[in-house]
Design a protein around this ligand. Sequence first.
Ligand SMILES: *Cc1c(COP(=O)(O)O)cnc(C)c1O
Length: 463
Amino acid sequence: MSRSAHPAGPRHADVLTEGHYSAPAADLNVLDEKVWSRTVTRDADGALTVGGIAVARLAEEFGTPAYFLDESDFRARCRAWSEAFGPDADVFYAGKAFLSRAIVRWLKEEGLNLDVCSGGELTTALDAGMPAERIAFHGNNKTAAEIERAVEAGVGRIVLDSFQEIVRVAHIARSHGVRQRVQIRVTVGVEAHTHEFIATAHEDQKFGIALADGQAAEAVRRALGLDSLELIGIHSHIGSQIFDMAGFEVSARRVVQLLAEVRDEHGVELPEIDLGGGLGIAYTSDDDPREPHEIAKALSDIVTRECESAGLRTPRISVEPGRAIVGPTAFTLYEVGTIKPLEGLRTYVSVDGGMSDNIRTALYDAEYSVALVSRTSEAEPMLVRVVGKHCESGDIVVKDAFLPADLAPGDLIAVPATGAYCRSMASNYNHALRPPVVAVRDGEARVIVRRETEEDLLRLDVG
Ligand SMILES: *Cc1c(COP(=O)(O)O)cnc(C)c1O
């Protein structure tokens, strides 16, 4: 949920006017490095370049709309996470943020593990050569067929999400003659929002098994009683786009309490805990995300402290960043089609994509930034709303932002930080063709997911 839609009211409500937009940046031509991928800069002509290639060339070669993903930034973020957590912890990239075979190969090369949550994601991971033991399989309603494939492939862990699933996975593992490594996902009663969290006894959501009322302890009892399951630990994931580490503090404390109960009741110290993902990134200049090494230190301090006070050995920690790795590494490039000034309100800028390539604004009231990238401009800032071409008035890409007042049809504009949950949630609404993802690195650009074609649409429509 975005700040402006938060039940607690918008942050800075006192300084924001009605649209909740911040004041325009002093210079609209400056690309804030917080929201753009690392190799983005402006060249001598004022055009944005990524990986050394100017956007005009990218637009010409690959068309618009398109996602451009900064491969060296992606790899650097993978390394930063794995170095921050070190050899005694495991980093799982959450594939649902954005997954393709190229991504899987980069993850493999950079030493990361991978979370999948469907048969399709599992197939992509295995096809691109991710070793099965580095894959974790998630989801609140995995089908029997998906569980079979995961067990047959030999995935490193299946994260059990319900009492039914404990039995289901145990049964399938037994019929394959294997002892499947599993974790149990618990809900710890932490509702984490961007800038705050609420600790409750219960969580009203579909995932996991509640710690409350001894539910999770009962799940552990059942899993430990089944020979075909090897229970390696407890999993908890508290939300998304989180900046406040206090939510993780409560979550880790409650999970460690469960580990202590398990030891007291069964004489077993479960060796692992997984604290999930959900770490925030900068979508606008107002956001201040933490660096991986700060997050790693904070999480490991919390777990170590809680375990010491419970007299437990410190378990191996895993984390599952998705957005924090891929989110900042891509931007969406659009061409401006029409411009409608609404006197006294704002100017509507229509682009050649929209809610089919970025549903987050409509779905979560998410905030984004935008910049004119095919040139610089010295014109005054104008308040704009960037909208798509879909038959839907909620088809908004950027709710409130400033672009130069001399913006014209044919200009290229780009929305940064669209690497996560944009292509992966893209749709064919209005029979839109989903845009390509183009990886850019060291002066070379290559398509890693091609643009959909009208033939693709017709192929599915069997008439
Ligand atoms: C979605 C999800 C993640 C990743 O969340 P991000 O916000 O992308 O970091 C990690 N773990 C689980 C279980 C998830 O469902």
